[in-house]
Design a protein around this ligand. Structure first.
Ligand code: ADP
Length: 163
């Protein structure tokens, strides 16, 4: 397992400035990050399709070159990390609300794969309340979300709303 190769899993529906802040911080510690869109084959959900989310991630992370790739997975995260030979899982922490869930997940993943380490990073306080869910909700009611997502994501959200 390569500790300098990390998987950053999430829904990324769509990616926000909070996710990108975590990604930037992760790249100061590891050499390569795989942004992995988690999905459930039996229960497809979300505003953007998995392929759309991957395309958006690839577009907004162009500046990082080959240090970042976008992919998707279903099933157990630790199995996916093993397949990728990634020794590190990246997660972001916002308010206390994230803690309980992240704590449970990390301990379960550690039980399943003791050789894969989870690393928590904190985004800048400017992103403390940013979530994909809130961005989608505010945008669907006509609110301005441009401070919370890259311009490209705002454009893709606008296209969805027009449909
Ligand atoms: P999930 O479906 O697990 O909530 P998300 O795509 O919402 O997936 O988020 C993936 C990871 O990024 C999670 O660890 C989440 O806590 C973190 N994250 C999302 N938004 C932010 C933010 N604004 N600041 C810090 N971490 C964040």
């Amino acid at each position: 397992m390569n500790g300098s190769l990390a998987v950053y899993p999430g829904s990324f529906d769509p990616v926000t400035n909070g996710h990108l802040d975590i990604l930037r911080r992760a790249l100061t510690v590891v050499d390569h990050v795989v942004l992995a869109v988690a999905y459930n084959q039996e229960k497809p959900s979300g505003l953007f399709s998995v392929q759309e989310r991957i395309d958006i991630l690839a577009q907004v992370t162009e500046e990082f070159g080959d240090k970042v790739t976008a992919d998707s997975f279903h099933g157990l995260l630790v199995d996916y990390a093993r397949r990728k030979n990634a020794g590190t899982i990246i997660r972001g922490l916002r308010a206390v609300a994230d803690f309980e869930y992240e704590f449970q997940m990390t301990l379960m993943n550690r039980h399943l794969a003791p050789d894969v380490e989870t690393m928590f990073l904190m985004a800048d306080e400017a992103h403390f309340y940013t979530s994909s869910r809130l961005v989608k909700e505010v945008h669907s009611f006509g609110g301005d979300i441009s401070a919370f997502v890259p311009d490209y994501v705002a454009k893709r959200l606008a296209e969805k709303l027009d449909k």
